[in-house]
Design a protein around this ligand. Structure first.
Ligand code: 4AD
Ligand code: MG
Length: 431
């Protein structure tokens, strides 16, 4: 017999089935016990009437503690008020384990307490909803690139050098070869992939020794990075806007109940359709000045600045042509104004900040070597990357989307810590 899950019970109305799971909570009233059972796919209210079960089973229900594991058998009944549209009338119950006193009760707990118990906190309805949206976003990401003929290319996690600047590198001893660094981005490898396979995407965990304790920063986060040979900045922006449209549409199509559970107002999400508004960095600075922000051309935008910029739009906005001196060494300078690079960031609406960073890459051999020197990077560690400009270099572009910031935005969460099962932050390494 195939296993039946709570999310499928609406197809079993009128049948007697067994569900295995955990006790979410219970209440009793006279000769009736209401047991809410969860099995990972949903919650099910099970009603136990004393007259319908044996003495033993009825007594068992009183011994059940929160999160005890169990199997309940009973008749599935339609109930429009219930979350999945069904309820169960219990005929039998067996206990797998009586749980010890569960640390997380329905009362309010502080965030630190919940984070310390993250391995258990994951069992709550809110975390279920977030993790399901995360899952949807990740499948939509893969679907988008797979449908367009991109090849997934896994990049290494141990790397010999920095990609996004040396200030946020995690280092480790690597046998007798000296230091290895945890990757900050798979991009440089993605570029090798694009020259080999045309269009590729790297998708994996990335690491930044971010000293910043903000609601947008993790030290370990997941990034997806497409890279396309022969794409320029314009192509790159178009790819990014189609990509965001696809991700959001997929979540709206498949995860509406989860967004409802999170009380997410989906109004802004429904606006996420290509083309997205685009402004240059220079226009963004003017916009900030007009709003009274103290900013000068050449300054990098902080989280607060990004919020002010994005407040002017009802959907994500693309900011392009950033100053050369605040961006990474691999970005191609604009031939018409070398003070700027062919970069683009996508800022999410509602103050969620930068979710995508990308650029057209420097494809000229001499210019790239010069940029590596200007950034005082160890050229020897980049020789393989410079090779890509020696052997059939072509224009190319790509970007990176941070999964956790995207989940925070789409779910409407005020912090990235709940967007990943086990967050790693400056002050958190456990559980
Ligand atoms: O803008 P970033 O640093 O770009 C890169 O790493 C490029 N190499 C990507 C590329 O062109 N292939 O990071 C890209 C995205 C950011 O927009 C943000 O969404 C996310 O990664 N991100 C972080 N997310 C959580 N915590 C952090 N500390 C993050 N740093 C970047
Ligand atoms: Mg960036």
């Amino acid at each position: 017999m195939s296993r039946i899950y709570i999310e499928d019970l609406h197809r079993h109305v009128g049948e007697e089935v067994t569900i295995r799971g955990w006790l979410y909570h219970k209440r009793s009233s006279g000769k009736i016990r209401f047991l809410v059972v969860r099995d990972g796919t949903g919650l099910l209210q099970c009603v136990m009437v004393k007259a319908n079960v044996t003495e033993e089973v009825f007594a068992l229900s009183d011994a059940l503690t929160q999160e005890s594991s169990l199997a309940v058998t009973g008749m599935v009944k339609k109930d429009d008020r219930a979350p999945g549209g069904v309820e169960m009338e219990i005929t039998s119950l067996s206990v797998i384990q009586i749980a010890k006193e569960y640390p997380i009760s329905p009362k309010e707990h502080g965030v630190d307490f919940l984070m310390d118990h993250r391995h258990l906190w994951l069992r709550s309805s809110r975390q279920h909803a977030i993790l399901r949206v995360r899952h949807q976003i990740i499948s939509a990401i893969r679907e988008f690139f797979d449908n367009r003929g991109f090849i997934l290319m896994d990049a290494p996690i141990f790397t010999p050098a920095a990609c996004e600047g040396t200030s946020t590198l995690f280092e480790t001893e690597y046998f007798d070869m000296g230091k290895a660094y945890l990757t900050q981005s798979g991009q440089l490898y993605g570029e090798a992939g694009a020259f080999a396979l045309g269009k590729t995407y790297v998708f994996g965990p990335t690491f930044r020794a971010e000293k910043s304790k903000t609601r947008r920063h993790l030290t370990e986060f997941w990034m997806v990075e497409p890279e396309v040979a022969f794409n320029d900045l314009k192509d790159n922006m178009e790819l990014a806007e189609d990509f965001l449209e696809h991700i959001v549409a997929s979540v709206l199509k498949h995860r509406m109940p989860e967004l409802k559970a999170l009380e997410r107002n989906t109004k802004f999400l429904e606006n996420v359709k290509a083309p997205l508004p685009k402004i240059s960095y220079t226009e963004a600075v003017d916009l900030l000045k007009a709003k009274g922000v103290n900013v000068a051309w050449g300054d990098d935008f902080g989280g607060a600045d990004e919020t002010v910029i994005s407040e002017n739009f009802d959907r994500p906005v693309i900011v392009h042509h950033y100053p050369t001196k605040i961006k990474a060494f691999y970005m191609k300078r604009d031939a018409e104004n070398p003070e700027t690079v062919l970069a683009m960031d996508v800022l999410a609406p509602e103050g969620y900040g930068e979710i995508i960073g990308g650029s057209q890459r420097e494809d000229d051999l001499d210019a790239l070597v010069q940029r590596i020197q200007e950034h005082q990077l160890p050229q020897s560690a980049f020789e393989w990357y410079i090779d890509l400009r020696r052997y059939g270099s072509v224009p190319h572009a790509g970007f990176g989307l941070g999964v956790e910031r995207t989940v925070a935005w789409i779910c409407g969460l005020d912090h990235v810590r709940e967007t990943i099962p086990f967050p790693r932050m400056i002050y958190r390494l456990t559980p």
